[in-house]
Design a protein around this ligand. Structure first.
Ligand code: GP9
Length: 412
């Protein structure tokens, strides 16, 4: 506790910096729609194959939004559910199991809880059964009043593609719901159609790929990403038609990688993409403010943990003290830490990347210069390592002891 109290000044600095954002309070009272895109990697953004854009709607959306191309995932064993947890709580996921299983109940300072306390109608949407990743039991503590799953009475689940309700059908139904829903609302949507093994029914495969890519893992992935992007385009169109677009902050980001190291050779051969760990962990993050007409590309090293503070800033709400991310519109500290079970406290940063050794000894880890790609003296990674280690342990402490409320009330 003594150590924690000492660290509070560091966390207070993040709160103060947030107030310096030019966009602080820019979207006060507007709706929030946050879409977590299944298996969306950043390399597909602006990628063209055979003269066709793979994500034309996302590319167009980026032109009128803030795009963070150097954003990295922070999931653990809970994949999609960990990405949800990290983005909404600005804390690390759990060490061993999915965050929603380990931290099902408790007091959270999630976006749902924060906006609910400000009078927002809150909901989450995911087109599969409600107990997948224990969402049904975990969502109430995350602050969602309503959970639109395939079992919700107002959801038609007859149109299934892959793992759940077709994104196109689901988005269409949700727009109709939001139209009638109390305003302002926060809706968190988890997409599903672009899910492993990415083998879309033939009638949905609309990309004209070079023949040698058809029916290959990379070809399937591109077809599926293209289909999911069309669904996103239809969603934006629906929001515009219903007059919701100009009243809503829209956040769109990838939950985790789609392709895996086994596909690296084909990615290199067919698309000239070097699919190393950094590329694999790189996801797109795009945030659109209702007042925004021009695109902006911010190259700061960003993480899923930075999403909640960046969003609360737009709504003019200070980030809670025990959130570990930064408001990206003013973030200077370019680093992103990882909670991984086997190699915890690894990180990417502007100057150096660090990979913890399997024996868990810092000195045996690998520190790499990001400019040259060369291995350098591990001591150069010390500063960020200390910070990441401390913050991962702080996050564990807060969650394991359900400490957020207790600390606020001075009960420790
Ligand atoms: C399952 C879906 C996908 O609930 O969200 O989860 P994943 O398999 O990607 O973790």
């Amino acid at each position: 506790i003594k150590q924690l109290k000492e660290y509070e000044s560091e966390l207070e600095k993040r709160q103060e910096t947030q107030q310096m954002s030019p966009y602080f309070g820019d979207a006060k009272g507007k709706n929030l729609l946050m879409i977590q895109a299944e298996s969306l990697n950043d390399f597909v953004v602006n990628l063209e194959v055979n003269g066709q854009e793979i994500t034309p709607y996302l590319n167009a959306f980026i032109k009128e939004s803030s795009y963070y191309p150097n954003t990295y995932l922070q999931i653990g064993r809970g994949n999609t559910s960990d990405a949800e947890f990290v983005a909404n709580n600005s804390l690390y996921p759990s060490k061993k199991d999915g965050a929603y299983r380990t931290y099902e109940k408790g007091v959270f300072q999630s976006l749902g809880q924060i906006l609910k306390s400000e009078g927002y109608q809150t909901s989450a949407a995911h087109g599969n059964v409600p107990d997948f990743w224990n969402r049904k039991n975990a969502y109430p503590a995350q602050g969602y009043d309503i959970f639109y799953s395939k079992e919700h009475p107002s959801i038609d689940d007859s149109n299934v593609v892959g793992l759940g309700i077709d994104d196109k059908s689901f988005f269409k139904q949700l727009v109709d719901i939001w139209k009638k829903e109390d305003k302002p609302f926060y809706s968190f949507v988890v997409t599903l159609t672009n899910h492993r093994p990415f083998e879309l029914p033939k009638e949905h495969q609309k990309l004209n790929l070079p023949a040698h890519m058809n029916d290959t893992p990379v070809g399937h992935y591109l077809q599926n990403v293209y289909y999911a992007d069309q669904a996103f385009g239809q969603l934006l169109e629906g929001l515009k038609q219903e007059g919701l677009y100009e009243d809503t902050v829209i956040v769109y980001y990838g939950d985790h990688y789609g392709l895996i190291p086994d596909n690296a050779d084909q990615l290199k051969k067919d698309l000239n993409i070097v699919f190393n760990k950094k590329e694999m962990f790189n996801i797109p993050l795009v945030i659109h403010r209702p007042t925004q007409t021009e695109g902006e590309v911010n190259e700061v090293i960003a993480s899923q943990m930075d999403i909640a503070p960046t969003v609360t800033s737009l709504f003019g709400t200070q980030q809670p003290l025990y959130q570990l991310g930064y408001d990206l519109s003013v973030k200077k500290e370019g680093y992103v830490g990882f909670r991984h079970e086997i190699t915890p406290f690894s990180f990417f940063s502007e100057k150096y990347d660090f990979e913890m050794s399997l024996d868990g000894v810092f000195e045996n880890g690998i520190c790499t210069d990001t400019q040259t790609g060369e291995k350098v003296d591990v001591k150069k990674c010390r500063k960020n390592y200390d910070r990441v280690q401390y913050e991962v342990e702080l996050s564990d402490f807060l969650l394991q002891y359900d400490a957020i409320e207790k600390l606020k009330k001075g009960k420790f």
